[in-house]
Design a protein around this ligand. Structure first.
Ligand code: ATP
Ligand code: PRP
Length: 230
């Protein structure tokens, strides 16, 4: 057995995660060819590295197949309805900052808040005989947020990428997505509602509350926590 650590397998998140572990004396490396998802851990024994999509880390932690994992708060809260019972945040890593926001076309000059959106959504349904469509991959978080905000006349449209393009493509009237610099929203002629974001996310180290830890692995897990957070 070994302690399993799951880390995003590509892109910005992987590189910054590798850097963060390096700063804590643990070297993570991708091994094999450029395209092979195999990894190695140096600086602590008994830990094996699993490289996987950031979006799959929450499920693997909740299933107990990973003991520790790095991914964004947004993905954990979206994918795990009972996240507080399934995972424990061990450290915020200080990168991967992004806000989950609602954004509407810049041309909607009368819509700046959730209250405005509520009025427009109702008027939209009356005028068009269909619900206003919101493109997103964050279905659960958006539904909860709109329910609390009292907005009911809408339909979610699933969008797993390039979500800002759905408005120009006429598959949705507005979107809910993460934004960091705001450039993608601006480039697609969208503006963020003025209310606080649905969620402020950053890359976080999580511990699975359900993964079984063998007697042999217990000391390794404790040493890893001390080295990373002590
Ligand atoms: N522009 C950005 N700036 C900062 N953080 C971002 C940005 N885009 C995404 N993130 C964060 O990075 C994490 C991974 O997001 P991403 O959508 O790339 O995951 P994914 O869908 O699992 O990726 P893939 O399936 O392509 O591996 C999320 O927690 C997200 O909040
Ligand atoms: O505010 P910005 O700095 O412009 O960043 C926001 C963009 O970054 C993410 O997309 P990503 O690059 O992960 O691609 P995706 O659209 O395929 O999810 C996110 O979905 C936004 O589209």
């Amino acid at each position: 057995m070994s302690v399993k650590l799951g880390v995003p397998s590509k892109g910005r998140l992987m590189e910054k995660t590798f850097d963060w572990f390096g700063q804590h004396g643990i070297t993570l490396t991708r091994t094999g060819s450029d395209r092979e998802y195999a990894g190695a851990v140096e600086g602590i024994g008994g830990v094996s590295l699993v490289l996987l999509s950031a979006g799959e880390v929450p499920r693997e932690l909740a299933a107990g197949r990973l003991h520790f994992g790095v991914t964004g708060t947004d993905l954990v809260q979206e994918k795990l309805p009972l996240w507080e019972q399934q995972v424990e945040p061990m450290a915020e890593l200080g990168f991967g900052h992004a806000d989950l926001v609602l954004a509407v076309p810049k041309a909607w000059v009368d819509v700046d808040t959730l209250d405005d959106l509520d009025a427009v959504a109702t008027a939209f349904r009356t005028a068009h005989g269909m619900r206003l469509r919101i493109a997103t991959k964050y279905h659960r978080l958006v539904r909860d947020h709109l329910r609390h905000g009292g907005v009911a006349d809408y339909a979610l449209v699933d969008s797993q990428g390039a979500t800002e393009g759905t408005v120009a493509n006429e598959t949705a009237e507005m979107i809910a997505d993460i934004t960091s610099s705001g450039e993608t929203l601006r480039a697609n002629h969208l503006k963020v509602l003025e209310d606080p974001p649905i969620l402020r996310s950053q890359a976080t180290l999580w511990r699975s509350r359900v993964a079984e830890v063998s007697d042999g692995d217990r000391a390794v897990a404790a040493a890893l926590i001390t080295q990373l957070t002590g």
